[in-house]
Design a protein around this ligand. Sequence first.
Ligand code: RB5
Length: 142
Amino acid sequence: MKIAIGCDQGGFEMKTELIEHLDAKKISLVDVGSYSEGSVDYPVYAKAVCDKITSGECDLGILVCGTGIGMSMAANKVKGIRAAAVSDCYTAQATRSHNDANVLCLGGRTIGTELAKMIVDIFIDTPFSGEERHARRISMFS
Ligand code: RB5
């Protein structure tokens, strides 16, 4: 399991804490930036994480901005990406199990870091159910 992670200024602090959390779990990471709280354009980092997934280098992605919304909008423009903005544990589980989401988007200004860590753990640990009805619905996205 290899994960690509990225953020903008709204998510830098949370991304830093998530990297520590994932490092402690010995999960392999690629940090595409940004690397400070300076103002940047979040679509650049959304694309960088998505490229790591569509190229096959990484299995899943995590994007953190102020709300998780801008990142999810940008990521979902990339073919093959199913990005979900998540702020609760049930949705973290369901979006892997039902939607086979491959990018998790979090709001650094809208949820706490401990909740974000729980969401990340659930997202990483939950497989796609593989059920025919869910696969069929996903195939209808494009
Ligand atoms: C940046 O200020 C903010 O707009 C961004 O982090 C994000 O919340 C956009 O959806």
